[in-house]
Design a protein around this ligand. Structure first.
Ligand code: PLP
Length: 368
């Protein structure tokens, strides 16, 4: 049972498991028998070496990462990877072009950034709203693209892929920032996966990059050295000072995921939690409205409007005020879309979700 009264439904940085916070608090002044905090520890010390190696081996175990993949812990966030991906990979083939699927804010930003370094082909007709994933039969993939890029879960719009795109052998790259380790993934289908930690696997400051070895060493010559995957992989993410504390916290979260049944157990819980909210939306006769098509509704970020399809802002404000009184915070939708968004990452419990579900039922009864 959580000691905290507040339930954080934020989209990230997001809720962390309480046991992780307690352990970090316990170890804050002195890590093990070192007499110093991880915050004060040299990244070249043997103690930190153990922390980073343990974090990597937990990740390898939880995702079953094949041996021919490197794992890196980098700075610069998901946004840093919007640049690093093309800087490292767009030159894999002579044409310097890449295919992008644009299904929300984050993949749109990534595609825009990639345009600085080569030719970007959006493989499907432009979407007038980010509420669906265009049918793969409508995609025009370019066989001479260096890679195909997609965002597995669009955090702002609540659009999630429940399938892995088939690229006819072209290197597949995925931004999994907001659904990383929320379900099992077959890493061998990807050339590269990246994820900021601050949603499902830790706190802000570190971004995981998992990359197939044969893709290293082909960065454009203008690639900044800190973004060069080969340099970072060869130095075990220690080319420069890494985000030590964030890596340590990620290790604790991965340990927690392992102790709670791994990625398959996370998937079961995430299905259960998101269904609790979507079921209320579906049964509300339009009082609650989720604009996203059923097949690609996110299990991580559930966006919805209240009162009518396009949202009754006064009613939505009332909902948020009432939620706050009940200790439920950060339910406001992203400023670009409005409405409500409940983020149900791994650390958000079934009980937390039940509290929100109960409030939604009560609010419906009162205002329908
Ligand atoms: N990709 C996705 C799916 C995100 O949700 C976010 C941020 O929320 C980003 C990328 C950008 O991450 P950062 O703010 O760490 O650069």
């Amino acid at each position: 049972m959580d000691q905290k009264q507040t339930i954080n439904f934020g989209a990230g940085p997001a809720k962390l498991p309480q046991t992780v916070l307690i352990q970090a608090q316990k170890e804050l002044l002195s890590y093990g028998s070192t007499g110093i905090s991880v915050l004060e520890m040299s990244h070249r010390s043997s103690d930190f070496n153990k922390i980073i190696n343990r974090t990597e081996s937990l990740l390898r175990e939880l995702l079953n990462i094949p041996d021919n993949y490197k794992v890196m812990f980098l700075q610069g966030g998901g946004s840093g990877q919007f640049s690093a991906v093309p800087l490292n990979l767009i030159g894999l083939k002579g044409d310097r072009c890449a295919d992008y699927l644009v299904t929300g804010t984050w993949s749109a930003k990534a595609a825009k950034e990639a345009e600085k370094y080569g030719k970007v082909n959006i493989v499907h007709p432009k979407l007038d709203s980010y509420t669906r994933i265009p049918d793969p039969s409508s995609w025009t993939l370019n066989p001479s693209a260096s890679y195909v890029y997609y965002c597995c879960n669009e955090t702002v719009h609540g659009v999630e892929y429940n399938f892995t795109p088939d690229t006819n052998g072209v290197v597949l790259v995925s931004d999994m920032s907001s659904n990383f380790l929320s379900r099992p993934v077959d890493v061998s289908k990807f050339g590269l996966i990246f994820a900021g930690a601050q949603k499902n696997v830790g706190c802000a400051g570190v971004t995981v990059v998992i990359v197939r070895e044969d893709l290293l060493g082909q960065a454009l010559k203008e690639c900044p050295i800190v973004l060069d995957y080969k340099v970072q992989a060869d130095s075990n993410s220690l080319y420069n000072t890494p985000p030590c504390f964030s890596i340590y916290i990620m290790g604790l979260v991965l340990e927690w995921i392992k102790n709670n049944g791994g990625s398959a157990a996370m998937e079961r819980l995430n299905k259960q939690k998101s269904s609790m909210i979507y079921d209320i939306i579906s049964a509300s006769n339009g009082f609650y409205a989720c604009p996203v098509e059923d097949a690609c509704r996110s299990r991580m970020n559930v966006p919805f409007r209240i009162g009518k399809k396009e949202g009754d802002e006064a009613l939505e404000k009332l909902f948020l005020d009432g939620a706050l009184k009940r200790g439920m915070i950060s339910l406001k939708g992203h400023r670009s879309v409005g409405g409500i968004r409940a983020s149900l990452y791994n650390a958000v419990t079934v009980e937390d979700t039940e509290a929100l579900a109960a409030y939604m039922r009560e609010f419906l009864k009162e205002h329908q």
